[in-house]
Design a protein around this ligand. Structure first.
Ligand SMILES: Nc1ncnc2c1ncn2[C@@H]1O[C@H](COP(=O)(O)OP(=O)(O)O)[C@@H](O)[C@H]1O
Ligand SMILES: [Mg+2]
Length: 407
């Protein structure tokens, strides 16, 4: 493969050789310019544009917004360099359409890793054929159903499912449904402070509603955000009345009645969940950096690679529900044999407050770093940001370094 070409727009190249040096040293072909118009014209000939502009007639945010309003440049990833780690500044960059933001000061390895990840994600999204909408316009690869599953509980499955669903519903009120298929002890209603009068156990007894989108909507409870929720049965006994065939039916009808479907698939593995994996467009697999959790995920991947149902549509999300992380992202990725698509920061307060009050972070703490990440994860999972997650390796590494050491 030829070396990736990177276009670097700088305001003052004499001050900062750092970025170009690192990237050239890592084997990229780097073109440098100080002229924003030259960057606009040249961007489509490169695989990545880095905007490192601290001064000059146009701000980095303006340049970024200009690029994002140019349809021909939609496929070029843009990374912005911010002067500090200020959340507000990062959010402004992301809102202007940046695909990643590097905050100063950073080290060479971080820059290299982020550039690699961005190139990989965009390459993948190009590899996937675009889908045509009814009027013949290219709308990108449509992904309308997202399942969230972890072989271990307490990893943040419900937190992720509720937040990405609410984030999507805020953009499309009454067009998004969250289905709580963590059947035995589903927690979605608690996370959203909802008191459903009817649950999936009632829905599956109503043949007509199982087939008619409009009737199915009658079984959903509406959240203030505009999200509809099909709640889990009240307990394990009622959960047994729901079969794998029901799951397939519910998903098919939900996709007729709503634009987007999110499923909290919980942590049990059975026919119903396998059916869901088969049917969903994206499967989010949260993990955390702990040996037992990684082993459970590894075992799941081995199992799924035999049954062949997840493959390209998986997205690993590294969650940090504990203060101390001992394993690094690198270790996690080598244990999984796959890239992590997103990382959610640890927060000692926000997540717990959200569950206790039943107000998800994307509503209750809009400007926080976790909310910002969860909103991005939502868009990414539905393929709405042009970014496609790193897929699970077809064959998970059986003797990944981490596991070999532990044996
Ligand atoms: N990144 C994080 N930082 C701090 N606490 C978190 C984080 N992610 C999740 N939590 C907390 O961990 C607990 C378990 O999360 P939950 O989403 O219910 O997990 P699961 O559905 O996988 O069992 C909740 O109290 C949640 O608030
Ligand atoms: Mg849960």
């Amino acid at each position: 493969m030829p070396a990736s070409t990177i276009l670097l727009l700088e305001s003052d190249p004499s001050v900062d050789e750092f970025i170009a040096d690192i990237l050239t040293g890592a084997g990229y072909k780097v073109t440098r310019t100080v002229d924003p118009d030259e960057a606009l014209h040249g961007a489509s000939d490169h695989q990545l544009l880095i905007i490192d502009v601290a001064s000059g007639p146009r701000s980095a945010i303006e340049i970024c917004a200009q690029i994002r309003s140019t349809p021909a440049l939609a496929q070029v990833p843009v990374m912005c360099v911010s002067a500090s780690d200020d959340v507000e500044e990062r959010i402004r960059f992301l809102e202007a359409g940046a695909d990643d933001v590097m905050a100063r000061p950073f080290d060479a390895r971080e820059l290299h890793a982020r550039v690699e990840a961005l190139l990989l994600r965009f390459q993948r999204s190009k590899d996937l054929a675009p889908v045509l909408s009814g009027d013949g316009m290219t709308v990108g690869r449509a992904r309308r159903s997202v399942a969230v599953y972890s072989p271990k509980g307490g990893v943040g499955t419900t937190t992720i499912a509720t937040n990405i669903a609410v984030a999507a519903a805020l953009k499309r009120p009454d067009r998004v449904v969250l289905i709580d298929l963590a059947l035995q002890f589903g927690g979605v209603a608690t996370h959203l402070n909802l008191r459903p009068r009817q649950t999936l156990a009632d829905l599956v007894r109503d043949d007509a509603a199982m087939r008619e989108p409009e009737l199915m909507r009658g079984y959903a409870v509406r959240h203030d955000s505009g999200l509809h929720v099909l709640a889990a049965p009240a307990g394990p006994e009622a959960a047994e009345t729901i079969s794998a065939a029901h799951v397939a039916r519910i998903l098919a009808t939900a996709l007729e009645g709503y634009d987007l479907v999110v499923v909290d698939a919980g942590s049990a593995l059975d026919e119903r969940v396998l059916t869901l994996f088969e049917a969903a467009d994206t499967v989010i697999l949260p993990v955390y950096a702990e040996i037992a959790a990684l082993k459970a995920m590894h075992a799941l991947l081995e199992y799924l690679s035999e049954t062949g149902s997840v493959g390209l549509k998986s997205m690993f999300v590294l969650n940090n529900p504990f203060a101390r992380e001992i394993l690094k992202l690198r270790d996690v990725e080598s244990a999984l044999g796959s890239k992590v698509a997103f990382e959610l920061p640890y927060d000692p307060f926000l997540y717990l407050k959200a569950v206790n009050e039943g107000i998800p972070i994307v509503v209750g703490a809009v400007r926080s770093a976790p909310a910002e990440r969860l909103v991005r994860l939502s868009a990414s999972a539905f393929g709405e940001d042009g970014v496609v997650a790193a897929p699970v390796a077809a064959e998970p590494k059986k003797s990944g370094g981490l596991f070999r050491r532990r044996r």
